[in-house]
Design a protein around this ligand. Structure first.
Ligand code: G16
Length: 543
């Protein structure tokens, strides 16, 4: 076995987006493409001798190949030890959990999250730091800078490591420990939630469906929900991870988890429906004929958090991304704790969690989590809801309706326009930014604009500043229209329009969401001229 230095030339476009580098599999398969990016990670890390890293991914097409390449490169960079999930599998929350539990120096996550997989699908890679969370911008920018100048990468010429057998092997001077991908994570969940109460709920005939979407969370859900909590076999559907996610789009929302939503709408619906995404960090919570909005889910978990053993001491604060609805702000105000508003991207929660300033975090994009790890966590959110259902004896619908009655309802929706011409999208956002200064005070469709800006975030812990994080138009009654371009798409641009309206009157809590938001939808079009600029008449996805 020898360490080789292979000459290479930079690839354009390796700047990490909202959550790491995400590209088409075919792009990653170009000779040197993955290697260049991994070399840039190691160049950013510097001397790796004595360090331990965690490595795993969501099992999508190219996962195994990438794991072998990264192991050989880690050995060449003198990493002391790599903990890798069996079969190269680790959900994103499990990577975060394993980094923290084993005191590793960081980890590499292989996933394109909810983006489709398979040879024609997407692949992705990101680096997580020693707190278990996604690397902050100063590190991702340093990685990017190295991708622009990289001219060689170092790699061992050793043969493949057996990823399917638990145990430790040697690769050059590096130890490779293949670990059970579920064990550490399951043990953490058991400490946070009242497993006895949830077991008792299932033993009384409570029925649930968890849709693993043929992605990574299936094995975790089977081990915990069916195994440890005693739910009947068959509770977890689509529970085998497949390289192409069985052709599904593993994005847990009412559009892509249509099968689950139809089941929950049916006459013999189970009591509780839930789904997770490609890499297991997103969640969807479904009651009977009710898909709970992720923003509401965050607020409801926050309002009832002390019912779960891991959160009995109460919350120090809540954090939400700027486009997420303000439902959680109302809970924070009632609890007398701060609510932080961050840019989109889980990485922005890391400092607040590390500093103990926030306990719960959430995003409208089906992401919820807490200070137990430094990633959002799909199954954790599902177990939280199970804990709430078991502790209160109430249904999902009851919990949601009672929450609205107490705090008011924040009607909320996101309209996505996917694979739009990137130049047209940039021009649209540019023109919109140009109008912002004149909007405050103007009357628009029955609303008066209070604030119009391009969101700027100053991190209260390290004072780092993130600019151009989304255009927000806030009305005097708190209703909002937010527009931004996605940082996770792999084709053209994705325009996201976020719409929110607050309704205090319980008699008006049963409206159709799109109808309730119609005036704000019209304002978004009036200000952006999206239809004319992009040629799109309808959003591709409405959540
Ligand atoms: C990632 C990030 C999230 C973000 C989401 C959507 O989620 O971790 O913080 O909300 O993308 O980002 P964008 O609107 O820029 O596409 P995931 O589940 O894809 O890793």
């Amino acid at each position: 076995m020898t360490i080789q230095t292979i000459a290479t030339t930079p690839f354009a476009g390796q700047r990490p987006g909202t959550s790491g580098l995400r590209k088409k599999v075919t792009e990653f398969q170009q000779p040197g493409y993955l290697e260049n990016f991994v070399e840039a990670i190691f160049l950013t890390l510097g001397d790796c001798s004595g360090r331990t890293l965690v490595l795993g991914g969501d099992g999508r097409f190219f996962n195994r190949e990438a794991v072998q390449t990264i192991l050989r490169m880690a050995a060449a960079h003198k990493v002391a030890k790599v903990l890798v999930g069996r079969g190269g599998i680790l959900s994103t929350p499990a990577v975060s959990c394993v980094i923290r539990k084993h005191g590793a120096n960081g980890g590499i996550v292989l996933s394109a999250s909810h983006n489709p997989g398979g040879p024609d699908g997407d692949f992705g890679i990101k680096y997580n730091i020693e707190n278990g969370g996604p690397a902050p911008e100063k590190i991702t920018e340093a990685i990017f800078a190295h991708t622009l100048t990289v001219n060689a990468y170092r790699i061992s010429d050793a043969g493949p490591v057996d990823l399917d057998r638990i145990g430790t092997t040697q690769l050059e001077d590096m130890q490779v420990e293949v670990i059970d991908p579920v064990a550490d994570y399951a043990e953490l969940m058991e400490r946070l939630f009242d497993f006895d109460a949830i077991r008792a709920l299932f033993s009384k005939g409570f029925r649930m469906r968890f849709d693993g979407m043929s992605a990574v969370s299936g094995p975790y859900a089977k081990a915990i929900i069916e195994g440890m909590l005693g739910a009947p076999a068959g509770t977890v559907i689509n529970g085998e991870p497949r390289e192409d996610f069985g052709g599904h789009h593993p994005d847990p929302n009412p559009v892509n988890a249509a099968e689950l939503v139809a089941l929950m709408d049916g006459a013999d619906a189970p009591d509780f429906g839930a789904a997770s995404d490609g890499d297991g960090d997103r969640n969807m919570i479904v009651g009977r004929r009710l898909a709970v909005s992720p923003s509401d889910s965050l607020a409801i978990i926050a309002a009832n958090a002390t019912l779960a053993p891991g959160y009995r001491a109460g919350l120090t604060g809540i954090a939400r991304s700027m486009p997420t609805s303000q439902a959680a702000d109302r809970v924070a105000a009632a609890l007398g704790i701060p609510c932080y508003e961050t840019p989109t991207g889980w990485k922005y929660f890391g400092n607040l969690l590390d500093a103990g300033m926030a306990t719960l975090c959430g995003e409208e994009s089906y992401g919820t989590g807490s200070d137990h790890i430094r990633e959002k966590d799909g199954l954790w959110a599902v177990l939280f809801w199970l804990n709430l259902l078991a502790a209160t004896g109430k249904s999902v619908n009851q919990l949601v309706e009672e929450h609205w009655a107490r705090f008011g309802r924040n009607y909320y929706s996101r309209h996505d326009y996917e694979a739009v011409d990137a130049e047209a999208a940039d021009q649209m956002m540019g023109a919109l930014r140009g109008k912002l200064a004149e909007l405050p005070g103007q009357d628009l469709g029955g609303y008066t604009v209070q604030l119009a800006d391009d969101f700027v975030y100053t991190d209260p812990v390290d004072n780092s500043v993130a600019t151009r994080q989304g255009v927000r138009i806030v009305m005097t009654d708190g209703s909002r229209v937010v527009l931004r371009l996605s940082g996770t798409g792999t084709e053209g641009a994705t325009v996201r329009i976020y719409l929110e309206r607050y309704e205090a009157d319980p008699a008006r809590h049963g409206l159709d969401t799109q109808a309730a938001l119609a005036p704000l939808i019209a304002i978004a079009e009036q200000l952006s001229a999206l239809k004319a600029r992009t040629g799109r008449q309808q959003p591709s996805v409405v959540t």
